[in-house]
Design a protein around this ligand. Sequence first.
Ligand SMILES: [Zn+2]
Length: 200
Amino acid sequence: MTRTTTTIPARSAAAFDLHAGDTICIRSPFGHQVADFFAFNAQDPSEYLSARHSLVSSTRHLYPRAGQTFLTSLRRPILKFVEDGANERHEMLLAACDAARYALLGVEGHHASCAENLQNVMAERGIIVTEIPQPLNLFSSTRAEPDGTIVTHPNASEPGDFATFLALMDCIVVVSACPFDVETQFPVNVGGPHPIEVEL
Ligand SMILES: [Zn+2]
């Protein structure tokens, strides 16, 4: 089967249709850039990849790791993380950025966000997303310290880092090239935002 590579421009998102058995590879061509990763049951998008349900009933680990199976909000297998080419720099600790986060950081006027990107690409399919699921934050250097404090270290992901997932049910995967660019103590994306590539 021919595979196609899609470039998601910086600050934007794209949706991909996967059948059970398909693999999808998310790649960071420039590094230092977070990709927010969401997935929904293609038949009923009210069922979605749930980081928290996965943590309880499958992964039992704070961070996404190769070999883990992720579950939906109904605790059914949706995707397996099959290959990690990013030295385990992923997390699911931080909510997707949204308009309110940028307003809290002092941004005036509109600022693109992963939440809005998700809603826009799903709306193009006629699917209204009101609750933003906890994303898998791929290529992120945010970590929980031993005392429980959450620290966003400067994004250390490297050019060419990738993560590959296997679909375990027909699903819609949404990938957002995180638009975070506010000068703060949160170096989510370093030197970016940058585009993200998806191979399907
Ligand atoms: Zn974001």
